[in-house]
Design a protein. Structure first.
Ligand code: F6P
Length: 551
């Protein structure tokens, strides 16, 4: 059966019975029951990323019953749908074959997986990859010079959402791989201080702007593009030809992007089915390539590509994204723990949770299912994140003694031998992660034979808070691409289980349109028909006070 309400399936109800039987068991119990708990509930992916899912409120039967559920909803159909280019983004009538973006070795062509439709899509992808390679080579080797023949070493990515978060997170995470003579900047906010804080640091003659917008209608991006454009034109006395040395546009909307006097050769057209939050592997990742070099950009793609194959071809009980999504569904839909935390313990990865928020909540923050029915179960949990150990001094109190149970994914790089220092800071960092994971899982019981009687209740740490650990041997382009793809397919799997479309974002359109309406009506005094709009006196009063403040 396809596109079915999960709670009406036989296997979901068997899972519910199983849940009622084991819900009172604690994590301690599962470890005591299985001396090989870690071995049986961890996967060491290519000896590069260890996924430890042993500190969870599950046993082998839980996984087995979830796999029965995946078989009942015919999950394999959807994996094949990706490979065959089926219209799985049903509300926008688009495919979701992102695996094509990272198949740099043409594995799927060589093994005859691609039908004609996907072969055509792959042609444009390959063309764009060549374009990224060429632009990267020309700028990094001072072949592409400024309009007044100066070297370009400032790269400014202008975009927002998926046109910013992926590239920004990746460039920051891979700061060790950044080209020495290149400065990378990211501008996304409508607040002019965002772009001004960057323009004040750089010189027009050494700067290129990568303007990223799928639709080329996003007000934040278009405003920042206009500010940057005026900044360059002012420097070159309004010589419009200067723009072609200082702007590259990346979009899926050619007509809109052609309105800005940028030559067609500087416009990279991305396949229109590539969703914003899945687009860092496409030409929207140009600023990544310019920051860390094309070869390293390709290594990211290879990391994603190998994980694609892992996801497509690995049996469910050894499939990392599938296990990660089943565990998450177990808490979100059975325990009703509707928050999720992603804790990164490496400073460079601080944007990773922020990136995941769009990937997870813009994909699965839905309440209407594929049959156009209102959903009667939880969909996406609220995902937030933090940087360890800093967060241990801010919100970890709630994790340990709050009334909300918040399942957590811990992520840390483990190979510090070339970074070790006499302060042993990396060992201390890792010891904190282990300690937090144990406290959450086992609470006070972690210290055996402590006399409970001298414990006041308010000091008690109950534990039994589930958590996963990703131990990454070394954060590099390949492993970062792998990690991102694990979460991409977690989102995919959950979307299929929740019977929702994970690839549209209709919920953001009203706010976008309304903000333009408010601006025109109240600040441009356009004579828009006011009777078409609810004039609540809160908003009216706020606008009046705002205007008074700015008189
Ligand atoms: O937040 C809505 C959204 O459409 C995202 O899905 C997208 O990544 C972002 O805005 C930017 O859109 P665009 O790339 O079209 O400028």
């Amino acid at each position: 059966m396809l596109n079915i309400n999960p709670v009406y399936t036989k296997s979901w109800n068997i899972l519910l019975n199983h849940f009622n039987k084991i819900k009172k068991k604690d994590i301690f119990y599962f470890f005591n029951k299985d001396k090989n708990r870690f071995k049986n509930f961890s996967i060491f992916y290519k000896k590069l990323i260890l996924f430890d899912f042993s500190k969870n409120l599950i046993n082998n039967k839980t996984i087995k019953l979830f796999i029965n559920f995946l078989n009942e909803i015919n999950f394999k159909y959807y994996i094949n749908g990706i490979l065959k280019g089926k219209i799985l983004n049903i509300t926008e009538k688009k495919i979701i074959s992102n695996f094509l973006l990272r198949d740099v070795d043409n594995y799927f062509i060589k093994n005859n997986y691609l039908n004609n439709k996907l072969l055509i899509e792959k042609k444009n992808i390959d063309k764009n990859l060549c374009k990224i390679k060429k632009i990267t080579y020309e700028i990094l080797n001072n072949i592409w010079l400024s309009f007044n023949n100066k070297k370009i070493f400032n790269i400014v990515n202008i975009g927002i959402g998926g046109s910013d978060l992926g590239p920004r997170m990746i460039v920051k995470s891979l700061y060790l791989y950044k080209k020495k003579n290149i400065n990378s900047f990211f501008v996304s906010n409508l607040d002019i201080n965002d772009i001004n804080s960057v323009l004040n640091l750089i010189s027009p003659e050494n700067t290129i702007f990568i303007v990223c917008s799928k639709s080329f209608t996003t007000q934040e991006t278009l405003l920042n593009f206009k500010i940057a454009r005026d900044w360059i034109l002012k420097f070159y006395n309004n010589n419009i030809l200067s723009l072609n040395k200082h702007f590259i546009l990346v979009t899926s909307n050619l007509n809109n992007s052609l309105k800005y006097n940028i030559i067609r050769n500087n416009i990279i057209l991305v396949n229109d089915w590539v969703g914003g939050r899945y687009s860092f592997c496409s030409a929207f990742g140009l600023s990544i390539s310019l920051s860390i070099g094309f070869k390293n950009f390709v290594k990211i793609l290879k990391g994603c590509h190998d994980l694609d194959k892992h996801f497509f071809f690995t049996k469910y009980n050894k499939n990392i994204p599938i296990l990660l999504s089943l565990i998450s569904i177990w808490y979100n839909n059975f325990f009703c723990y509707t928050n999720e935390l992603v804790m990164v313990y490496n400073e460079s990865m601080f944007l990773f949770p922020y990136y995941l928020q769009q990937l997870v909540m813009e994909s699965n923050g839905k309440c209407i299912d594929k049959n156009n029915d209102l959903i009667n179960y939880n969909t996406s949990p609220i995902l937030f994140g933090g940087l360890g150990t800093i967060s241990q001094h801010s919100f970890f109190q709630l994790l340990h003694q709050g009334t909300n149970v918040i399942p957590c994914d811990f992520i840390i790089e483990s190979n510090f031998k070339n970074n070790n220092n006499k302060y042993n800071s990396y060992y201390k960092l890792f010891s904190n992660l282990i300690a937090q994971s144990q406290c959450l899982a086992f609470g006070d019981n972690i210290f055996l034979n402590i006399k409970k009687n001298n414990f006041s209740k308010f000091k008690n740490i109950k534990g039994n808070k589930p958590n996963n650990i990703f131990l990454i041997k070394k954060i590099n382009p390949y492993t970062l691409g792998t990690l991102i793809s694990i979460y991409e397919y977690k989102v995919f799997t959950q979307g299929i289980i929740w019977n929702i479309c994970s690839y549209d974002q209709w919920g953001v359109n009203l706010g976008k349109n309304l903000s333009n309406f408010v601006y025109k009506l109240y600040f441009k005094n356009k004579n828009i028909k006011k009777n078409r709009y609810f004039l609540d006196n809160s908003s009216l009063s706020l606008i009046k006070i705002f205007k008074n403040f700015n008189k």
